[in-house]
Design a protein around this ligand. Sequence first.
Ligand code: FES
Ligand SMILES: [Fe+2]
Length: 438
Amino acid sequence: MPLPPVIDDRPAEGIFRVHRDVFRDAALFEREMRTFFAGHWVFVGHASQVPAPHDYLTLRLAGQPLVLMRDGAGRLHCVHNSCRHKGAMVVHHRRGNRRTHVCAYHGWSYGSNGANIAIKAEAQGGYTAAFGAECHDLVPVARFAEYRGFLFASLSADVPPLEEYLGDARVFIDMAVDQAEQGLELVPGSVTYSYQGNWKLQLENSTDAYHFTSTHPSYLRLLERRARMPGRADVEKAIWQAEKKQEETMGSFGFPNGHALVWTTTPQQNHPLFPQLPQLRSRVGDTRADWMLRTRQLNIFPNLQIASNAALQMRVITPLAVDRTEITSYCLAPVGESPERRRQRLRQYEDFFNPSGLATPDDTVTYEDCQRGFASGDIEWQQGYMRGMQRVVRGADAHAAELGITPDTSVSGSFEMSDETVFHALYRHWASRMEAAA
Ligand code: FES
Ligand SMILES: [Fe+2]
């Protein structure tokens, strides 16, 4: 079936519209799952979640059970969690450490690299030579690759190499990883929550600067109060002041394959990395070090978000139905950080993010509000994609050029401009892949 006309992309006429069916049509949702989640690169985990030999982590991708495992030699594998004998799931715990995984049904066993190591009572089994010639190992996913600790899998072999898929968006993964001399790790523990709304509402919202002042007034009031408290001339104050600035303080890049980034400047001296700026400069160069002190919201299509502000947050989006989404949130931190700084990082992370934070609940409630609003069937087109269109630069602007990257589009301006063209990359990629899949 051809894709219905749900993305109205006419840049020459100054028009970019997204049809509400993109968020509410169950048939489109099924097609998205096949096209993107079962058919292309998807983020599946971070290497620090399985740090030691024989560590494993179970997950689901497009409804299919998988296991990420590290073998005795330290190599990572991503295999289908389904016994070759009669299909039972072999690994049941969320995570753990095992040299061998024994299927609970008939006792076939597998090593920590997924290879079959024993078929119970094989010698007595009267098996044919043809059976012996078959591979009995757990089946690897079609493609599995790592970029600087971030692990991606594809259930389809028909995908470009991961680095090509990530393209210049890699620079912003580098910027997160290179903050730490010894690399990044996930702080143990995660928070999972769900909302009754489409998965792309979360994907858009993290790069939606326009909602910030209206959706989070209580958070902003709290920042104002804190900023006036003696001894609290800190990060909150910096963020709050940055919101008020009129000059060029924000911008965005849209990349091929649906990736996107929004950046905001904040006064450098208030950033937690500021004391290390000289070392950062000598390690990664002046430009990238200065960029590390900007606030950055990175979307790696379709399911990974990395928010870099005072803390580093990683969100993973799992669509469950057209109107139901699960989010898992993690705190990223430099390996070897002092307990003191780690404590400060965790407090900053908890402050804003997660269902217990001061901002995430505002967002989640709003997604559900949108989804309920989408029930108004007569309204077809959203009007939330045209802020910033007059200012769009095709290719790299000066900000992209200084980083040596070539996005498809760049925009910069005041915080109040609150660009919405950053969503175009997502929907251009979405439309082209959905059409190709048809
Ligand atoms: S299903 Fe696993 S051993 Fe039979
Ligand atoms: Fe928000």
